[in-house]
Design a protein around this ligand. Structure first.
Ligand code: SF4
Length: 487
């Protein structure tokens, strides 16, 4: 049903005329589809799998919990069907250049179409005029007016301060508080010697010890460097180990917090070590993101990565819809109908954008066979690391060389630049081939110095030097951008 009729907007955001057309065209299929919305995966599976086949259900529990943090009993049937098809029909893929490339490409597209990305500014509040959303207020007190506002955060933050309190009814607050969240997660990042990863290991491995619930001992290990060796130095693998962390965490920075972070890191390492016995001896770098780290960087409350659980009772249509109760305020993200995961939140974003197009009486975005294939599969042609000094610069090599930037949280390069240029932001855009966006950002943060005329203080403070004998060739890259890219 789903493959035959691809829909890329949430069911709540479909045009009434489109739903009606689909119903008239395939009434049986549509009726089945609607039934699927209200049935659990367990109910759906019991028709085909003996309810006594416990181990088989447990296997599917692991699959659904990896994608939705819910068991087969809790997961709405339609979501399980979508995720199983997605995994077995198309398969799982890794974006060349690391998952950072997904936002990079989105940024490229937004900037190409006249949009502006404003980073490192937190929104304090949504502004209203005559009951309609009319802009946002940033934490530094400045305001940005707008005809429409799209919110992409959690339901708890939205109703916990972003919308002024006086605009929220007590019933709504009660509902928000009643929502059961997904589990918090802990992520241990490691760079290890190549030899730590046994031959034949998959880029994604799931290690499960307890089968009867979503347990802290379930670890998913992503070894992206198997698919994309360019993301780390030769002879190295990078691993992200993700596990649920159900404990209550003390405040960040306290002694208890530090101890717990150490203990939790150790717990995850011990679990992975069972499969990769050489792991500990091969460690080159280790870093842990606790649930509170995740909250700090992503504003996911208590590090609960997937918003409210997508479980029967608070599933799909019972979640936030793209059209909010306030005019001109739209919502997308994992607190809305489609729930968590990149495909689901992408669909939710399209749904919100379509509602604005509909209000403006403009053509909405809908599924169509692509005229130009924009997704390229690189299975045979893996990205390789390039020589940072000797490789000649052109539009093909600049993205690869720029990929050597570590996108440091505190970029030494910017601090030593006489103009304080946003070198990190420029290199990130170059990596995704966003040349005009990179040039614009360079000019925006330039005060007086041309990179071509500068001695290159930035390179001497490049963090890359902490593990490599060569910095990112910033001066060469930025001089190339100054000369070769005209906007
Ligand atoms: S210091 Fe080096 S690695 Fe870090 S952001 Fe700047 S160029 Fe990138």
């Amino acid at each position: 049903m789903i493959v035959a009729d691809p829909v890329i907007v949430p069911p709540t955001e479909m045009k009434r005329s489109d739903s009606l057309k689909a119903l008239l065209k395939h009434p049986v299929r549509q009726a089945r589809m609607i039934r699927l919305l209200f049935r659990s995966t367990e109910e759906l599976m019991s028709k085909f799998i003996d309810p006594k086949a416990e181990e088989l259900y447990q296997f599917f529990d692991v699959l659904t919990s990896t994608y939705c943090y819910t068991t087969v009993k809790e997961t709405p049937g339609v979501l399980a069907v979508t995720m199983f098809i997605d995994n077995h029909e198309g398969g799982g893929f890794y974006p060349s250049g690391s998952s950072q490339m997904i936002p990079n490409k989105l940024e490229k597209s937004i900037e190409r179409n006249g949009g502006y990305m404003l980073y490192e500014n937190r929104v304090d509040e949504i502004l209203f005029e005559d009951g309609k959303a009319a802009g946002i207020k940033l934490e530094d007190g400045s305001e940005i007016g707008s005809n429409y506002v799209i919110y992409g955060g959690t339901v708890w933050n939205l109703y916990g301060g972003i919308i002024p309190k006086e605009r929220i009814g007590p019933e709504k607050l009660k509902w928000v508080e009643s929502l059961e969240p997904t589990f918090p997660a802990i992520v241990v990042y490691a760079a290890v010697d190549y030899s730590a990863v046994p031959i034949g290991t998959n880029p994604v491995e799931m290690f499960v010890e307890e089968f009867d619930e979503i347990a802290e001992s379930d670890v998913t290990v992503y070894i992206s460097s198997i698919d994309d060796p360019s993301i780390c130095p030769e002879g190295t693998h990078v691993m992200s180990m993700i596990a649920p962390s159900k404990k209550k965490w003390p405040p960040r920075g306290t002694e208890q917090y530090k101890e717990m972070k150490k203990a939790e890191t150790e717990r995850v390492l011990k679990l992975v070590e069972k499969k990769f016995p050489k792991l500990r001896d091969s460690l080159k770098h280790l870093e842990t993101a606790t649930p509170l780290t995740i909250e700090r960087y992503t504003l996911k409350n208590e590090g609960r990565v997937g918003g409210p659980k997508q479980s029967i009772g608070q599933e799909l249509l019972k979640r936030l819809h793209a059209r909010s109760e306030w005019k001109n305020l739209f919502i997308c993200g994992d607190s809305t109908v489609m729930g968590m995961g990149t495909p689901a939140v992408t669909v939710s974003g399209i749904g919100a954008a379509n509602l604005i197009l509909r209000d403006l009486r403009m053509k909405e975005y809908s599924y169509r066979e692509p005229e130009v294939e924009r997704v390229h599969y690189l299975s045979e042609k893996k990205r390789k690391a390039v020589d940072l000094e000797k490789t000649a610069l052109d539009r093909d090599t600049v993205p690869l060389i720029s990929g050597s930037c570590q996108l440091c949280e505190i970029p030494g390069c910017k601090m030593k630049c006489p103009d304080g240029k946003d070198i990190r932001g420029v290199l990130r855009r170059l990596e995704s081939g966003n040349f005009p966006g990179a040039k614009r950002r360079l000019l925006e943060t330039k005060v007086s110095t041309d990179c071509a005329d500068c001695p290159g203080y930035c390179e001497k403070s490049c963090r890359r030097l902490s593990f490599d004998d060569r910095p990112v060739p910033i001066k060469r890259l930025l001089s190339w951008l100054e000369k070769e890219v005209i906007i």
